[in-house]
Design a binder for this molecule. Structure first.
Ligand SMILES: CC(C)(COP(=O)(O)OP(=O)(O)OC[C@H]1O[C@@H](n2cnc3c(N)ncnc32)[C@H](O)[C@@H]1OP(=O)(O)O)[C@@H](O)C(=O)NCCC(=O)NCCS
Length: 352
């Protein structure tokens, strides 16, 4: 069911309106917040280690581990399409939230590797779930999940939806040039999903839910990371092309900048962060950002060693892993940040 825009009984605040004080909530009017109600994931069964890769391309485990931190990646089999993995992750997120397909008003799916140009993969997921409402894809490469989260937040805060599935699902194995050792060792397949539910807060940083999102893009850098054609299952092969050094430089700079703006917008110091959940591209990028934030490794969720770079799926996959092993607890503050082809980048702050 798609809900109409509701009367302005509840005021929605922008991040810059939110006062830093966490204790003056009593007199504030209620605001709508998107609450992170459930998290789920799906990973292909087939795992390829660095050693296995070194049998088909001129690379080795030591180079990959030292330059990236990656040890292995999951690779989709033919039946593990973008829609298949997204559906499994979405079902897991709904179950985790104690929700059903009937609670879903919208599905927003971030991917750079859809099964078809159209219909959107999100619509395939909608059919598989038996959900109503509306569904569409978001294309922002590795920042896609943050973009989708931001759109979902807007739908919830304007009253257009009460329950939104936000999914990142990727099959990069289908767009990699498996002869190019500079790119094929870096990526993996998988899907992660969250279910967001409408809730209320006081408009302070103490609220539960999505506190802010910040998005950026700069098309001037469109040629340092791109895919040279269409990507659907039946299209002719297209390959990912990357200038690794340039992307690395931009990733550290822009992810750090957007983290700073997210903290400033909410009046938080870096010490307020319980978990930094960055896009999982390269351990050296994650380390550089963690260091700038004075965050010890114990406050950074890292999955790239197991999953490699799963693009739009990497952050929800990391959320799911951290929830499953008990690291995520109610009341904690999560800082999400990503950079991807476009260039696109952005951040989100969520209180559990
Ligand atoms: C890709 C990346 C790991 C390469 O690391 P780097 O330190 O820049 O390495 P270089 O590209 O300079 O390559 C150094 C050498 O290793 C070689 N090399 C590249 N890939 C290799 C591999 N898989 N195995 C072994 N050697 C490899 C290069 O050919 C080069 O050899 P040379 O010195 O003889 O010419 C790094 O640039 C990176 O992670 N960039 C960011 C990528 C990213 O995050 N992309 C996604 C963003 S969403």
């Amino acid at each position: 069911m798609q809900l109409g825009v509701e009367p302005p009984a509840l005021t929605s605040r922008q991040p810059h309106d939110i006062a830093p004080e966490l204790h003056d909530a009593a007199d504030r009017p209620a605001v709508i917040r998107a609450i992170l109600a459930g998290i789920g994931d799906y990973l292909p069964e087939h795992i390829v280690t660095n050693d296995e890769l070194s049998r088909t391309v001129a690379t080795n485990d030591q180079w990959i581990r030292e330059r990236t931190g990656i040890r292995q990646r999951h690779i989709a089999q033919p039946h593990e399409t973008c829609a298949f993995m997204a559906t499994r992750a979405a079902q897991a997120a709904l179950a985790n939230a104690g929700a059903t397909a009937g609670d879903v008003d919208a599905i927003i799916l971030a991917t750079a590797t859809p099964d078809q140009a159209f219909p959107a993969t999100a619509v395939r997921v909608q059919a598989a779930l038996g959900a109503r409402g509306f569904a569409f894809d978001v294309s922002a490469a590795c920042s896609g999940f943050i973009y989708a989260l931001s759109v979902a937040d807007a739908f919830i805060r304007t009253g257009q939806a009460r329950g939104v599935l936000v999914i990142g699902s990727e099959v990069y194995s289908r767009i990699l040039n498996w002869q190019d050792r500079g790119t094929c060792v870096l990526f993996g397949d998988g899907a992660g999903a969250v279910f967001l539910r409408r809730g209320e807060g006081n408009g302070t940083g103490a609220d539960t839910g999505l506190l802010s999102t910040h998005l950026h893009s700069d098309g001037a850098y469109g040629d340092i990371l791109y895919v040279d054609g269409a990507t659907g299952r039946h299209d002719k092969p297209a390959h990912l092309v990357m200038n690794g050094k340039e992307v690395f430089r931009h990733a550290v700079t822009h992810m750090s900048e957007t983290i700073d703006e997210a903290l400033a917008a909410n009046g938080f110091d870096h010490s307020a962060i319980d978990w930094l959940i960055p896009h999982q591209a390269n351990m050296r990028i994650v380390d550089a950002i963690g260091k700038r934030l004075h965050l010890s490794a114990e406050h950074v969720v890292v999955t790239l060693d197991q999953h490699a770079n799963t693009s739009a799926a990497s952050i929800p996959l990391a959320l799911s892993v951290a929830q499953a092993d008990g690291r995520l607890q109610p009341g904690q503050l999560l800082l999400l940040a990503a950079l991807g082809g476009g260039l696109t980048w952005g951040s989100a702050i969520i209180r559990l």
